[in-house]
Design a binder for this molecule. Structure first.
Ligand SMILES: C[S@@+](CC[C@H](N)C(=O)[O-])C[C@H]1O[C@@H](n2cnc3c(N)ncnc32)[C@H](O)[C@@H]1O
Length: 385
């Protein structure tokens, strides 16, 4: 079988490229395109042979695209215009311009690609950008499937609910039932663990019912968690189809984790809102590009000392002096996950590495922008096989 020729748009650190390697279908990335110089250095470091264009997508002509002669486009367009906590500028946000340009180019290509895979955040499924994408694909007679998937569906203890669209140009063959294949591949997790459920959205897109990722019911317990949240975490931690966090950790030796410990100021200010996990947990929250710089809502932190009980630390904490609070909190030895551990939880293989000069904060930023390699490789298998 000839390798499938891939155009990797918004290539970042190459999450799609790793997923292609992992999916087992022979493929060649004929060009990777991104404007982020840090991400590009990391991409080049790992894929020195792949042509990498440090250009804006909207600056590439139809002629240039035609010359590449590709069978498939993979893309993760910028997600800020669609995030629920953002301004939701959608198609009027300037960061969507390049995506609209792709939609404009697609019907005019000499040889439209046989396959398209798009990844974006939850929120994209209700956007006007998605409506325009669907219209373009329908006009070009593509068959397509939309799905929301989180890595827990493939046994990885990390929530990262994302929208995926898989498209295939009609071949004339009777089309396989990708919908049911998708649901077989991403089985719903144990009952009660609603957030990570795979849900196929097409043919009619629905925007609700599959998340639960942000439950705010009930009253606060100590540590500003609601009863509902605590119960949900318990269910997730007892789900045997998801591997424990410990499988994704780096070996601890000679104080190598000291640089990742949370400092006194952070502990005193943010302890109550941290998402704390232990090595035997089977859950962690999504790592965002702000991890390591901001604390609230950017990703879980790990309890390093298991002899200390969480309840013993947090109960009555508010009544203590700053010094006493700090002494209690320090006992937990809370630390950030290292970039390598975040990469592990995002399904990057051991062969993935960073050039030496890339700082820890830069590593977290590019990883937070990337995708879960295992989830995408399974979707690619469904689309290409
Ligand atoms: C969500 S990230 C994609 C990350 C990628 N999938 C990965 O595995 O790292 C979006 C990427 O699009 C790039 N980007 C944004 N606007 C662009 C444009 N107009 N032209 C080219 N790249 C762009 C950003 O630099 C960023 O790396």
């Amino acid at each position: 079988m000839d390798p499938v020729r891939i155009l990797e748009l918004y290539s970042g650190i190459g999450g799609m490229h790793y997923a292609l390697k992992e999916c087992g279908v022979p493929a060649e990335v004929v060009a990777a395109i991104d404007i982020n110089t840090t991400a590009n250095q990391i991409y080049k470091h790992n894929f020195p042979e792949t042509p990498l264009w440090n250009k804006t997508i909207e600056g590439i002509t139809l002629d240039d695209f035609n010359k590449l002669s590709f069978d498939m486009i993979t893309m993760s367009p910028p997600c800020q215009p669609f995030t629920r906590i953002g301004l939701q500028g959608d198609v009027s946000d300037s960061r969507t311009k390049s995506f609209l340009y792709i939609l404009d180019i697609l019907p005019r290509l000499h040889k439209p690609p046989r396959f398209i895979l798009l990844e974006n955040v939850k929120g994209f499924e209700t956007s006007s950008a998605r409506q325009r994408l669907v219209k373009t694909l329908t006009d070009c007679r593509y068959a397509f499937w939309e799905v929301m998937v989180s890595p827990t569906s493939v046994g990885i203890p990390n929530s990262r609910l994302r929208y995926f669209l898989l498209a295939r140009s009609p071949t004339g063959d009777s089309d396989v039932q990708i919908n049911s294949l998708i649901l077989d591949t991403f089985p719903p997790p144990a009952e009660g663990a609603t957030p990570q459920q795979a849900s196929v959205l097409s043919p009619t897109c629905t925007s609700s019912g599959q998340t639960g990722e942000e439950v705010h019911g009930g009253h606060f317990l100590y540590k500003r968690e609601t009863v509902t949240e605590v119960e949900r975490k318990l269910v997730q931690n007892n789900n045997p189809s998801v591997r424990p966090i410990r499988d994704f950790l780096e070996p601890q030796k000679d104080g190598n984790m000291e640089p990742y410990l949370l400092g006194p100021k952070t502990l005193l200010r943010y302890a109550a809102v941290l998402d704390i996990v232990q090595p035997d947990c089977r859950r962690s929250v999504c790592f965002t590009k702000g991890y390591g710089r901001y604390v609230e809502g950017t990703g879980s932190v790990l309890q390093g000392c298991m002899e200390t009980q969480m309840d013993g630390v947090f109960l009555g904490l508010d009544q203590l002096s700053e010094e006493e609070k700090l002494q209690r909190l320090l006992k937990l030895k809370l630390r950030y996950f290292t970039p390598r551990e975040v990469a592990n939880l995002m399904g990057f293989p051991h062969s993935f590495s960073f050039p030496q000069h890339i700082s820890t904060i830069q590593k977290y930023r590019v990883l937070g922008n990337s995708l879960n390699v295992v989830v995408v490789s399974k979707l690619l298998q469904l689309l290409l096989s």
